[in-house]
Structures are given as C-alpha cells and as structure tokens.
Write a protein that binds this ligand. Structure first.
Ligand code: PEP
Ligand code: MN
Length: 292
C-alpha cells in the first residue's frame, strides 16, 4: 500500500506555509481597515460613494443617435445622473447584435454634449481602450472580462474611472482581487458592480447577491452599485431589487432603459420603458407607489 513518506509530509507543510501568508493579506490596496474612509469616485461632476445614491441608466446597446438621445433625456428627467450605453457588446452568440463600435461611442459623446450627462460604456478588448477612453467618462469592465488580467493591467495604467462588474461565477474575493489589479496599477477610481451570480432557476437570468454586495462593501473601501437588470433578466423585478439593493447599502444602481423594449437589439426583457423607469424612480426617491 502506498503511504506518504515523512519527506512528502514535510513538502506539503512547506507548501502550505508558503501559501498561507500570501492569502492572509491579499487586498493590499482595495481592502478597508477599521475606521478608514470610504472612497468616492468622481464621474464628471457626479460623485459615487459620497452618501447620495446614484442612478446610472440607459440602453443595453446604443442603436442610434435618436434612441440614445431620447433615452438620455427620459432618464435624466426621472433623476438618473449618468448615461450607460453599450458600443462593444459581449454576446453569448456570435450571430447576435455585436454593437455599433466606434459609431456608438461617437453617439454617446454627442449625447453627453446635448444632455450634460456623463457616460459609461464597456471596453471588451485591450485594442479598444484608447478609443473608448477618448469618448467616455467611465469605462466598464463586463462580467465576462472580470478576470481578463491583461485588460485589467492596462486599465490600471489609465487615469479614468472604471466600473468593474462581478463575474457571475466569481467569489467576492476573486472580484476584489480583480479590483486589486486596477488599484495596484495606480488607478484608484474604481466602482464595483454586483450584477447577479449564476444560480439554478431558469425563470431568473441570474440571482442578485445582496450578501455578496454587502460583503464587498465591507471588505473594501470602494463604492459598490447593483445592476438589477442583468441580475434578474426581468423588468418586473427591477423595482423590488433596486429597493433591496439600497436597503443593503448600495451606493447606486445601473438600470437598462429603452424607448421600446420589445424591439431592443439586446436585453429588451430586462429593460424598463420610460414610464416604468420614471415610476420606479418615484417609488425609490419620492416614496410614491410600491415596487412597481
Ligand atoms: C451590460 O452591462 O450590458 C453587460 C453586458 O453586462 P454584464 O457584463 O454584467 O453581463
Ligand atoms: Mn445588457
């Protein structure tokens, strides 16, 4: 029978000793220490993490100038302070709409000029960092790229705010270690976004992990927002999950809104229309109505 030799035992122990100290203090720049101040991230004139809840809203994908402008005006008048809009879309199927690319970035920049809303859009590849950074106020790292370390390292060199979404399969620690790449590179303007983790219910695209969100906010000094659109995949659950996210301490929300969700080129099922968004904002901030 095979048994471990004393020499092998010693090797195992030595390995453990080498690993353990590294894991006891992994969050060198992202971690919070008792009594330390929370970070505030400025997107143009908007502060995230300063105590005032911030709502980012807009279409999943930029489809045209008219669609983006109409959405920006509607969400702004309902109280959103940052416009979102996808230019490079990470789609599960290569046959689905992939985004308008640079044309979409130009539309976002024009709409910012008209409305005054700062804009956020996703960067999918290191090749696109320069052009995305040139057009937007905040760069989004999507859930699928949370552990794209080449992308994170390059974004760590940038001096622009980053919205770091959690991968649906990542632990809170993996998510915070991804943020650590950005901060260790010198970019301290990082906002975390809980966008739902993979679960087993086919009625829900994902499950909004409020405990994970609260834990991330406790373990790090970074602002944390919630994305109830991707977290549920259903527009009827967005108001309830938004309210829950604020109750659990979220510094803000990111919500998908479209003028005609039934005909959206991506994520229509989880996009609110204009009246739906405005009703939700009334419910959240003016105490009118209840979760719908
Ligand atoms: C998005 O915000 O449109 C998006 C693709 O999000 P996620 O990376 O969370 O799926
Ligand atoms: Mn989307």
């Amino acid at each position: 029978m095979h048994s471990l030799s004393a020499e092998a035992d010693t090797k195992v122990l030595a390995t453990k000793e080498r690993i353990q100290p590294k894991f006891s203090t992994p969050l060198k720049v992202t971690g919070s220490t008792p009594g330390s101040e929370r970070s505030v991230v400025c997107i143009g004139t908007v502060e995230i993490g300063a105590g005032q809840p911030v709502v980012i809203a807009g279409p999943c994908s930029v489809e045209s100038y008219e669609q983006t402008l109409a959405t920006a005006e509607a969400v702004k008048s309902a109280g959103a302070v940052i416009l979102r809009g996808g230019a490079y879309k990470p789609r599960t199927s290569p046959y689905d709409f992939q985004g308008l690319g640079v044309e979409a970035l130009e539309i976002m920049a024009r709409v910012r000029e008209t409305t005054g809303l700062p804009v956020v859009s996703e960067v999918l590849s290191t090749d696109d960092i320069d052009v995305v950074a040139e057009h937007v106020d905040m760069l989004q790292v999507g859930a699928r790229n949370m552990q794209n370390f080449a992308l994170l390292r390059r974004l760590g060199q940038l001096r622009k705010p980053i919205l770091l979404k959690r991968s649906p399969a990542a632990t809170v620690k993996e998510w915070l270690l991804a943020a650590e790449y950005l901060l260790a590179g010198g970019n301290s303007q990082v906002v975390l976004c809980e966008r739902g983790i993979r679960s087993y219910d086919p009625e829900l695209r994902n499950t909004l992990d409020l405990a994970g969100m609260a834990l991330a906010r406790q373990l790090s000094h970074l602002p944390v927002i919630a994305d109830p659109s991707h977290a549920t995949g259903r527009r009827d659950l967005i108001p309830a999950m938004s309210r829950a996210a604020f109750a659990a301490g979220a510094d803000g929300l990111m919500v998908e809104v479209h003028p005609d969700p039934a005909n959206a080129l991506s994520d229509g099922m989880q996009s609110l229309d204009f009246p739906g968004f405005s009703n939700m904002m009334d419910m959240l901030f003016r105490g009118v109505g209840h979760n719908s």
